[in-house]
Design a protein around this ligand. Structure first.
Ligand SMILES: Nc1ncnc2c1ncn2[C@@H]1O[C@H](COP(=O)(O)OP(=O)(O)OP(=O)(O)O)[C@@H](O)[C@H]1O
Ligand SMILES: [Mg+2]
Length: 486
């Protein structure tokens, strides 16, 4: 921690040895908030500034000078908390009740010591201290705000959030890079990572399931960059996605039939286009207890309501570079676990090879996502990833395997207004096209100008796929059976 003006170090997040709040601080008694109650001792710690309080107006927050005494107050309270109620600090991570108990204990110390911070009510100050001591500092309120879906920090002074699909700058600030680094390390430490110049990036997951990525200088040029994809408490259902305008009702009906009918389906799209969300929604159409599902993810995000699910999560190497468990290893393990279906959070490397073999040897009805720019690009990427595995399969063989392994591709795109749309749904013919590549047939397209999803005239499901759906006991939408709804 960088101490300022000879102040006590700001141990908000990781300062183990905090000197007592002493003369240095008392000398700088600045002013007291709201007058002294008759019996109370004079205020001992008063500060001029601090990164903004939860909910503080962005403008005033930007105008705040760098904090000085606020940091010392945090350091002091952190030390007291660890000495006197370490159990409460620990419990605060466990949920709102524990948090409330810690807040009350902190509020009691504030009253007992008559500690105030200019611009803060006691309650807001206690809240800020809880966030600093047991939470994630200035971004803690954002992480607990249900309207925020993503929190992005670029250096100590720039914090952005995504709300309803749109990016916005917010007023939260870190004191300095060390403060931000401390918060990052607190996020990644529970999963056994540490971030420093030698290991300047890390992935982690917060206890609530939110996904964290951090990368710091020298790799990040403008200070530590932190990205938190929040775990949404309420997973979107297929119906929700129709309501949000991501799918049309007809598309959902078609995709649900494909999932029930055990066709293998890929969700493609760019970063943050809603692939995992759609995958999760579609997986809810896997019917019946008779199926054993294995999910494989880098960071468990899927929430299947299905009763018989085995969830697997990959593991990065430890600090000594050992112990890595890749998605590919998990796919191989999964194959020995008698899965009926395999769901892969994201296919992005050599595991594509093993997945392809799995899809071609049973496991019908498997699902996965991958980053791509279109359904065609998704198949090309899949092919490249299979080739990356270095198993020396000829291109033609890989393409033929892909054509028989993948039946449906749904492509998502994030629109300028923040909404996510399934811009194309296509099926893959079981045989290669005349050009020796997998042949796609578009079922639906989204027309941004008309804000409309349109079913491709003349689209029909390949007889082989049709037979597969029927064999799984699933019904196709009426329009696909040749009976157009009135
Ligand atoms: N259909 C949707 N409509 C509106 N917002 C959505 C939709 N789907 C997802 N989101 C929001 O977009 C964000 C990204 O969603 P999701 O994790 O599903 O994307 P992704 O494509 O899997 O991202 P990544 O490429 O990082 O894996 C989430 O915050 C989620 O709440
Ligand atoms: Mg995803």
């Amino acid at each position: 921690m960088r101490a300022r003006e000879g102040d006590s170090p700001a141990g908000a997040s990781d300062g183990p040895s905090l000197p007592a709040v002493g003369a240095g601080l008392r000398r700088r008694l600045l002013r007291q908030e709201g007058g002294t109650p008759p019996e109370a001792p004079p205020a001992r710690v008063v500060a001029e500034s601090w990164p903004p309080a939860p909910g503080a107006a962005a403008a005033s927050a930007r105008a705040s000078p760098r904090p000085a005494d606020g940091a010392a107050l945090v350091g002091y309270m952190q030390r007291r908390a660890l000495e006197q109620f370490a159990g409460l600090v620990e419990a605060a991570a466990g949920g709102p009740q524990g948090r409330q108990a810690l807040k009350q204990a902190i509020a009691a110390v504030l009253v007992e010591q008559n500690l105030v911070l200019a611009g803060y009510t006691r309650d807001a100050l206690a809240e800020l201290l809880v966030a600093e001591i047991a939470g994630y500092g200035p971004i803690d309120p954002l992480l607990r705000d249900d309207t925020v879906s993503e929190v992005m920090v670029v250096g100590p002074d720039r914090v952005y959030v995504e709300r309803e699909g749109r990016l916005e700058a917010v007023g939260a600030r870190f004191r300095d890079e060390d403060h931000l680094l401390g918060v990052i390390n607190r996020m990644v430490a529970p999963v056994g990572r540490r971030i420093d110049r030698a290991q300047p990036f890390a992935d982690a997951r917060l206890p609530d399931g939110s996904r964290v990525h951090a990368i710091i200088p020298p790799l990040a040029l403008d200070g530590p960059a932190l990205t938190v994809r929040k775990f949404t408490a309420q997973a979107f259902s297929g119906r929700d996605l129709v309501r949000l305008g991501t799918l049309s009702g007809e598309m959902l009906e078609f995709l649900a039939a494909c999932v029930r009918g055990r066709l293998n389906l890929l969700v493609s799209g760019g970063a943050g286009s809603g692939k995992t969300t759609l995958l999760n929604a579609l997986s809810q159409y896997i019917a019946g207890e008779a199926e054993r599902i294995i999910t494989i993810e880098d960071s468990a995000e899927l929430r299947l309501a299905h009763p018989h699910v085995v969830r697997l999560e990959s593991r990065p190497p430890n600090l000594e570079g050992k112990g890595e468990v890749t998605i590919r290893m998990l796919v191989r393990n999964a194959l020995r676990m008698r899965p009926d279906r395999i769901i892969i959070g994201e296919v992005r490397g050599e595991e594509a090879f093993d997945l392809l073999q799995a899809l071609n040897t049973g496991h019908a009805g498997s699902l996965g996502t991958l980053h791509a720019n279109s359904p065609r690009d998704a198949l090309v990427r899949f092919e490249n990833m299979v080739l990356m595995a270095g198993e020396a399969l000829p291109h033609a063989v890989v393409r033929a395997q892909i054509a028989s392994a993948v039946q449906v591709v749904v492509h998502l795109a994030r629109q300028p207004d923040g909404s996510r749309r399934a811009v194309e749904v296509a099926t893959v013919a079981p045989d290669l096209g005349p050009d020796g590549r997998p042949a796609l047939a578009t079922a639906f397209r989204y027309f941004p100008g008309r804000l409309a999803f349109v079913r491709e005239p003349g689209f029909t499901l390949d007889p082989l796929h049709r037979a597969q759906v029927a064999a799984a006991g699933a019904a196709l939408p009426a329009w696909l059976e040749g009976v157009e709804p009135a």
